[in-house]
Structure formats: structure tokens, C-alpha cells
Design a protein around this ligand. Structure first.
Ligand SMILES: [Zn+2]
Length: 229
């Protein structure tokens, strides 16, 4: 199951939520590494559900499957991007894979300097995708704080996280090979009287029966013994 990733390799949040033009919303502005146009990655594998070219080239991407939120919630997620100057390669119904660079920063619509306006919504795309909030700004339906939706990983450089505590994906530990070496067992002793004098024969536990002639490899640690019958 996918963990939605923060869409920029350089996190530089220039405007947080619930302030200025983001009043009464969980929108953030992501400006990338520098003042140039950075390209953002899809946080999850999704389908473009809506494109709105009349304003800021808004694009809604809905996850194809439920994703894992940082608090462990499993649900669909919809994300809204805005301000790209060129979305000519995007269309409703287009599938975008997680990590795919698909949306550029820009200045289309009400924007100063190249950035991308991002809003996360819990669940699938519903209705028209947004609503006019009490401050008069259009905001994604079921909006949710970005740090409660998006993860960060080792690749992301944080320039300014606006004091939002994004949860980091831990590196998946390399799986150690399981110990499959035979455990040594003593055979059942049917004659207890003999047990003192008679040396106990130690038999290995059979873990593998060779079905055909071939070359086989086995990993052994120093001091371990291999019995072949
Ligand atoms: Zn914004």
C-alpha cells in the first residue's frame, strides 16, 4: 500500500494554511528549491479527476486505491495542485504513477513567484472537487492538514517546513536470512538403564530431502556442522 509522499524534493513552504489567501483551508504553497520552476511528483498513483483552466490550472488527482495516512488511517486521498503555467499534457482520466513528475510550479492565476498551491483532501474526489469557504476562497472538499496526509523520506531536503511535523518514512530494514540450519536433537531413548554408559548418538533434524542429483549451496556459520545422509 502506498504512503503518499510530499510532492517536492525540496520542501520550501512559503505560505501555510489558515492564513492570508489560505484562511479557513489547509492549503499550502510549495515553492521548491529556488525561484525557478520545479516539477512536482505525484504523491501517490492516481487518476486525474478534474482540470480547471479558468483560474490557476487546478488539477485534482485521486488515488487509485486507498493509501496509508501518517496516523495509520487507510483511505483514498485526493490532492489539488494549482498555478502551473502549462498543463497541456494532462487530461481527465490520465493515470499518474507515484513519484512521476507531472505538475510544474508556475504563476497562473493569483500567484506571486513560481510555486504550487497544494491542498489535500481525505477520501475520493466528490462533487465539484471544491467549495467556496467562509473566507471566500475555493477550497478542496474534505480538506485535511498536509502533514496529516503526506509523508517525507530520505530524498526530501527540507528548506522550510513552516513548523509542520511531517512524518518520515523509515527505511525498510534489510531482511536478515532466517536461520535454517538443523537443530540437533537426541533420539528417543527406549532403554533408560543403558543411558548412562551408552554415548548418546546425536542425529540432525532432517530439513531437506534431495529429490534429484544436482549442485546445492548451503550457508554455514563458523563452528556449525553439516550432516549429510
Ligand atoms: Zn496558495
Amino acid at each position: 500500500m502506498e504512503k503518499p509522499l510530499y510532492p517536492s524534493l525540496y520542501m520550501r513552504i512559503t505560505q501555510g494554511y489558515n492564513t492570508g489567501t489560505h484562511l479557513n483551508s489547509y492549503a499550502i504553497d510549495e515553492a521548491g528549491k529556488d525561484s525557478q520552476i520545479s516539477i512536482l511528483r505525484a504523491p501517490f498513483t492516481g487518476i486525474i479527476k478534474k482540470i480547471y483552466k479558468e483560474d490557476a490550472n487546478e488539477v485534482w488527482l485521486e488515488s487509485v486505491e486507498p493509501v496509508e495516512y501518517p496516523d495509520g488511517t487507510i483511505d483514498y486521498m485526493t490532492i489539488l495542485f494549482a498555478h502551473s503555467n502549462d498543463i497541456s499534457n494532462l487530461y481527465v482520466g490520465k493515470k499518474i504513477n507515484q513519484g512521476e513528475q507531472f505538475y510544474s510550479e508556475g504563476t497562473k492565476g493569483n500567484a506571486t513567484g513560481n510555486h504550487c498551491h497544494i491542498e489535500c483532501g481525505k477520501g475520493k474526489f466528490i462533487g465539484t472537487g471544491w467549495y467556496k469557504n467562509s473566507s471566500g476562497y475555493y477550497s478542496i472538499n474534505n480538506g485535511k492538514k498536509p502533514e496529516e496526509c503526506l509523508w517525507i523520506d530520505e530524498q526530501i531536503t527540507i528548506i522550510n517546513n513552516n513548523n509542520y511535523a511531517f512524518k518520515k518514512i523509515k527505511n525498510t530494514p534489510v531482511e536478515k536470512p532466517t536461520e535454517t540450519l538443523p537443530s540437533i536433537v537426541a533420539p528417543p531413548n527406549n532403554n533408560p538403564q543403558d543411558s548412562v554408559e551408552k554415548p548418546i548418538e546425536i542425529l540432525p533434524k532432517k530439513i531437506f530431502i534431495c529429490k534429484k542429483d544436482d549442485l546445492y549451496g548451503v550457508y554455514l556459520k563458523k563452528g556449525q556442522k553439516l550432516y549429510i545422509q
